[in-house]
Design a binder for this molecule. Structure first.
Ligand code: HEM
Length: 466
């Protein structure tokens, strides 16, 4: 048919209009273009096209409702290194890897992880009590510690943990930004044959030596699990359970999916925790209200547990708002349309790269009652929706509940005792983070210290925490 492609900035002959794709924080600029061009933006060059979806409706209508044709990933060069699910194209291996993760992180299984989550969070409370200045390090250890325990049964006692170091290096080589968020900043190199901004393409630019880091990251923790299983000293975890299920027929799949839970879950969770913290530091009234709700539901003599969750509706709103305001993965990971399609009277060409602008959806100024659920845009769409979304939400929930139950957080003060104003700007990377800020984290009540010490002591996480 002769339907037009969606609107977008004006095109040059041959070159098309990709030069209008902003180099920095593209999601913000795409959002501005929305006023002029609407919910869909179209960019093209040399016969290739990119469609940006600026509204939750468009993303839902296409990526969710027509997921059978919108769940591929754009082409990129490093296919031989396809161990990482987020960049894997649709196909048998993709389905197998997703099945593993969905099976082990499905809703029904979530209670299996509660003990690990509580233990790691209580360890973090203790770290915060002893060394509140370094809260960022404790959040990092927490985000990494939960994943390492769930995936490998490995206990992360300090930030200097061997596997965390390996993993951080490994994730850095994937270019964390590229692994879970599309690297739009580097959009132009895409014209040089390979979409450099695509997750995985970062491998190409690695400085010498880092492919060893990547290899170590994917292999070392897994090998340790195998070794422990051989000795009979393993801790039950994702790897041990899945190795048993798959009976040695897909050890690579177990290894790769375990590694991706770390790569995809570490920085994102850390960012969400930082977002919740800065939000509470800046909004003392809201913080106090959440604490009053917890005092009512939890009482004053114990720390919160997952059982309290259904009663803590105000706190749940804070978690939702952190997911919204944080827009941790502002453009998620790009999808690819695998056949021609029509939407809203426009022609969407086969093989278009589809970018869901989650940022635009989460920052949509049009007020609605009730507010739309931020989890849709925050965790992605269709058959590619984040398989860790429920476990991620639980990680964030128990962390936030416990932290604000035990501590009062407020802006840092200067030497005259005056509060230092906090700049709540975000670093606009493809995994967004609040920019570093200083704050005070103080036990909230007289017995807070004792409650934390008791919890940390009973779980044996008191020593070697720092
Ligand atoms: C706040 C935390 C998190 C956020 C905001 C987040 C967000 C996302 C988003 C937006 C996507 C892309 C979805 C799409 O293509 O439409 C994604 C994919 C993915 N996430 Fe998460 N995620 C988080 C935590 C986690 C955790 C804890 C895990 C591990 C259990 C995880 C594992 C994955 C995997 C494996 C994919 C690739 C799925 C695929 O390509 O089929 N994520 N995530």
């Amino acid at each position: 048919d002769n339907l037009p492609t969606p609107p977008g900035p004006p095109s040059l002959p041959v070159m098309g209009n990709v030069h209008y794709i902003p180099q920095h924080a593209a999601w913000i600029e795409f959002n501005k273009m929305r006023e002029k061009y609407g919910d869909m933006l179209y960019f093209h060059t040399f016969g290739r096209s990119i469609v940006v979806l600026n509204s939750a409706r468009a993303a839902h209508d296409l990526l969710d409702k027509k997921s059978s044709i919108y769940s591929h990933r754009p082409y990129f060069a490093m296919t031989h290194d396809e161990w990482a699910l987020p960049i894997m194209d649709y196909g048998e291996k993709f389905k197998r890897h997703r099945r593993y993760l969905e099976e082990y992180f499905r809703k029904r299984r979530l209670p299996d992880y509660h003990a690990t989550q509580m233990r790691e969070v209580h360890r973090t409370l203790y770290d915060m009590l002893e060394d509140p200045e370094n809260y960022q390090i404790h959040f990092k250890r927490l985000a990494g510690g939960i994943t390492m325990m769930m995936s490998y049964g490995h206990e992360v006692k300090s930030k200097d943990d061997e596997f965390i170091q390996i993993a951080e290096k490994g994730v850095a080589t994937i270019d964390a930004a590229g692994a879970v968020g599309a690297h739009i900043v580097d959009f132009f190199p895409w014209l040089r044959h390979v979409p450099d901004w695509m997750p995985g393409a970062g491998f190409k630019r690695l400085p010498p030596g880092t492919s060893e880091d990547m290899h170590a990251f994917v292999n070392r923790p897994f090998e340790e699990v195998l070794k422990k299983m051989a000795e009979g000293t393993e801790t039950p975890c994702y790897c041990t359970a899945l190795l048993e299920d798959t009976k040695g027929e897909d050890n690579d799949g177990v290894r790769d999916t375990a590694a991706i839970t770390f790569a995809a879950g570490f920085d994102t969770t850390y960012s969400a925790l930082m977002t919740a913290l800065i939000a509470m530091v800046r909004n003392p009234v809201i913080q106090a209200r959440a604490q009053a709700e917890m005092d009512l539901v939890v009482g004053k003599d114990r720390l919160p547990t997952f059982e309290d969750r259904v009663h803590l509706t105000y706190l749940q709103c804070i978690v939702m708002e952190a997911l919204r305001w944080g827009a941790t993965t502002p453009v998620g990971v790009a999808h690819r349309l695998c056949e021609d399609d029509v939407y809203g009277g426009f022609h969407l060409p086969k093989d278009s790269m589809i970018i869901a602008n989650a940022y635009a959806m989460l920052y949509d100024p049009k007020g609605r009652t009730p507010q739309p659920d931020p989890r849709g845009p925050a965790f992605g769409f269709g058959r590619r929706v984040c398989p860790g979304k429920d476990i991620a939400e639980n990680n964030i929930w128990i962390s936030i509940a416990s932290l604000f139950y035990a501590f009062k957080v407020s802006p840092a003060v200067d030497k005259n005792g005056k509060e230092i104003p906090i700049d709540s700007a975000f670093a606009e990377h493809s995994i967004r983070h609040p920019k570093p800020f200083r704050c005070r984290i103080k036990p909230r009540r007289e017995n807070s210290r004792a409650l934390i010490q008791q919890a940390a002591w009973s779980k044996g996480v008191m020593l070697g925490s720092l």
